[in-house]
Ligand binder design. Structure first.
Ligand code: HEC
Length: 110
C-alpha cells in the first residue's frame, strides 16, 4: 500500500514538472541557447543570402534595424515568404518568431 502511494506521488511530481516546463517555456539557459542557435541556422539558410550577418555579430543587414514585436515579426516573415521567396515551415517560423521577438523586440537593446 505504501509503495502504491509513493509511486502515485512520484507520478504526480513528474506530471507537475512536465506541466511547469510546458507553461514556462524553455526552462534552462542551455535550452535557450539551443533555441537561439537553431534560429540562427534558419536565418543563415533562408535569410542571409539577402541579409548577411553584421560584422560585429549584433544582427543581420537591414533585417534587424527596426525592433518589432511578435506580430510585427510575423508579418515580416509572411512578407519575405511571399515577396522574396523565403518560405518557412511552421516549425521554422515558430523558432524564428520566438528568437526575433525576444532578441529584436521593442524592449531588447540588440
Ligand atoms: C531574396 C532576398 C531576400 C530574402 C531571402 C529575405 N529578404 Fe528580407 N528583405 C529583402 C529586401 C530587398 C528588403 C527591403 C525591401 C522591403 O522591405 O521589402 C527586405 C526587408 C526585410 C525586413 C524589413 C527591414 C526594415 O526595413 O525594417 C525584414 C524584417 C526582413 N527583410 C526579414 C527577413 C527574414 C527574417 C528573412 C528570412 C526568413 C528574409 N528577410 C529573407 C530581401 C530578402
Amino acid at each position: 500500500m505504501r509503495r502504491i502511494l509513493r509511486s502515485g506521488f512520484g507520478a504526480a511530481v513528474v506530471l507537475w514538472a512536465a506541466a511547469v516546463s510546458v507553461l514556462s517555456g524553455p526552462a534552462s539557459a542551455e535550452e535557450m541557447a539551443a533555441a537561439d542557435a537553431a534560429a540562427r541556422r534558419i536565418i543563415a539558410a533562408h535569410c542571409a543570402l539577402c541579409h548577411p550577418p553584421l560584422p560585429d555579430g549584433t544582427g543581420w543587414v537591414q533585417m534587424t534595424v527596426v525592433p518589432r514585436d511578435r506580430a510585427g515579426w510575423a508579418s515580416e516573415l509572411r512578407r519575405m515568404g511571399t515577396d522574396y521567396d523565403a518560405p518557412l515551415s511552421m516549425d521554422e517560423r515558430m523558432t524564428l518568431l520566438d528568437y526575433l521577438s525576444r532578441a529584436f523586440g521593442p524592449g531588447a537593446d540588440g
